[in-house]
Design a protein around this ligand. Sequence first.
Ligand SMILES: [Ca+2]
Length: 455
Amino acid sequence: MRHRFGVLIFAGFTMAACVSDDAGGPEASPPPAAVVSVGPDYPVLNVVDFGADGSDEEDDTDAIREAIREAEKTGKRTVYFPTGIYRVAPREDDPQWRTPQPYVFAVDGSDIVFKGDGPDRSEILFYTLEMRDPERNWTVTDDRTGYFTIKRGGLFRLGPSGRPVRNIQFRSLRLNGNCGRSGSSKVGGDPRTGAGRDNSHKAISTFKDAKDILIENCTLDRWRGEIVYGGGYRVDRTRIINSRIADCDGSAISTAGCVIENSEIENCYNGIENVGFHKRPTTITGSGFRECGNAVVYIGDRTGALKVEKCVITDCQRGFFFANLAHHVYLRENTVRDVESMVFVIDHRAYLKERVGHEGFSDFFIENNSVSSPDRGGKTVIYWQLHRGVPLINWWITKNKVGKGRWQSFIHEYFGGPGHVLRSVVVHENELPEGMEGYRLDPLSTGSPPGPLVQ
Ligand SMILES: [Ca+2]
């Protein structure tokens, strides 16, 4: 196979003579949550009528379970949580407690809305077994995979029976895991300290055939595992709107083919971890990511697409992380501050290759983004780490504006072999601070440098 060096064009870099500390550009802060949708007009099942009491310290699990069972009978019901704090816990005698990922509430019917009076008013507060504080109590399992070393349990599991479940909505509620980010990313959790990613401790997880999930005007916070979990590749058509997803040791959102609008994702291991293999785009607009390792992680074959527009990413290690393969990526009009890299592309070689067959990174449009970095951290705006023969084709990197910082370069490339496939990579009309290097080839690269650079 012959690898051709494409023309890498660096025409039109504007070397600003005078730059401010900030990248400038339009302030793209997400607008306030002004739109409150009414939701479907289903008959209401008030959890208080089933015996729940949001004003006391007592366990409300049985009452809420009963309300859910009633809603499942016919579907098209709203399970309503009046203002208050509803305390819930998994049970040791639940059959599913013996599984690696037990949960408090199973939802096995369609068209059910869980609704409160607002995320600051109606709260479901998680405890672990026997209503114990999950911060100090957890169960050590005999799991040998390392993935579920400890468990506390999760809150909602949608579709655990395997029957199709459609249209489950969470509106105006807080789902509080009662045990926030420990700062450790140890997978499976630490049996001694309870820190790390307890993969059982999730707010909402879907199972098998659960689809069409809406999370609107909610706060989902203080979990150790993923907060919204869609099972990796499975498309569960989740929409997250006007919501705050925060504080966990896993990825805040781990789901495929989702829509996120006007939401805040903060203080998590990753903001969103998304796999696009299912002819369904992932779109993220008008949202903020703060204090995450990577704000957006995306792996997607040629049937998937990622669009991120008008988002604000602050104080994350990286803005966008693409591993192994990604195609049809649109990053436009985002404001990225205090990151080491805005775009990080790495080929993990064997990872997932047998499953998808398509490799490389093609059709990227990185336009009109504004990026700045603190003196302490900035490395490179766009980083490519490619191995032999991994193609990077049809990239348009235009009209991005870079603020001052301790940058090494605008684009930094490492490649670990002689096969160098860059084709139709167009870089023009980007605004860089004075003295910033446009393109840098990593000195550790083992292959030959790319084709002609036109500055
Ligand atoms: Ca109670």
